[in-house]
Design a protein. Sequence first.
Length: 291
Amino acid sequence: MQAYIGGIVKYSETDWPGKASMVIFFSGCDFNCPFCRTPEILGFKKELSRDLREIKKEIENNFDINAVVFTGGEPCLQKLALFDLAKFCKEHDLAVAVETNGSRPDTIKALIDEKLVDFIRLDFKAPLNDTDDEKNNEHLQKVTESSTFFRPIQQVADDFRQTLGILKKNLVTESNSKNKIMLELRTTIVPNLMFKRESLLSIASEINKLINESDEFNLGRIKWVLQKFTPYEKILSKRFQNINSPSDEFLDTILGVIIKEYPKINVEIRNDMSSLSLAPEIIFENKEAEE
Ligand code: SF4
């Protein structure tokens, strides 16, 4: 089977704390977040098409890992390839994480139903149409630039809600992780785009609902990471290449407000340069060009 794969990071101890993981970057995404750090793999470029046997060999020959993290781009857009690789990982006793923007609830549901995923990191990009300010999902549209003629932003928001609903039924704390997935939500705080207190409180309120509506046995303190935007010369939109990070003072203040209003949410601030693999270390080369 062929798939569009942007590249890999062979070994990481930070992408899934507590695990030694390989990170596989699927290429192609249905969003165009202006602050995206992997613009080079957002399309389905012919030269990124790979035979999955090549990727499986990389996984099989890596004896240092006990987990694989699938990220992107948006891995859920290539459902068959994601399934094939996740099954392969499970057959090799490797834990599986999927990082997603939540736009493909059917893929998320199938992964969970087939027990092919242990950890989901979901980007909660922007508030979902809850206040006047966010009418018609304008804010979500600005943050993701994902609406098209065929898939309007309302549809994107509905799909995301559906993903939240699926995850709600499958929440678990770290200490009670048998047969259930773990969930980390992530919001990037970007000056002039996604930074207002009301917007963050609106997301907090959705996450709080998720906690309150989960069944008591599986009720977990869901982790919500506020990721601090850091400028970077390769960011998708030039407009964001040179703007400043939000200040620590601002982030501490907003953290305090959220904790006070929603004490059940386990919220933390993360510097986006410090922990996750932000781009593939090894970009697969174009075989056709070599020949
Ligand atoms: S930040 Fe994530 S969801 Fe947004 S365009 Fe980049 S890969 Fe896609």
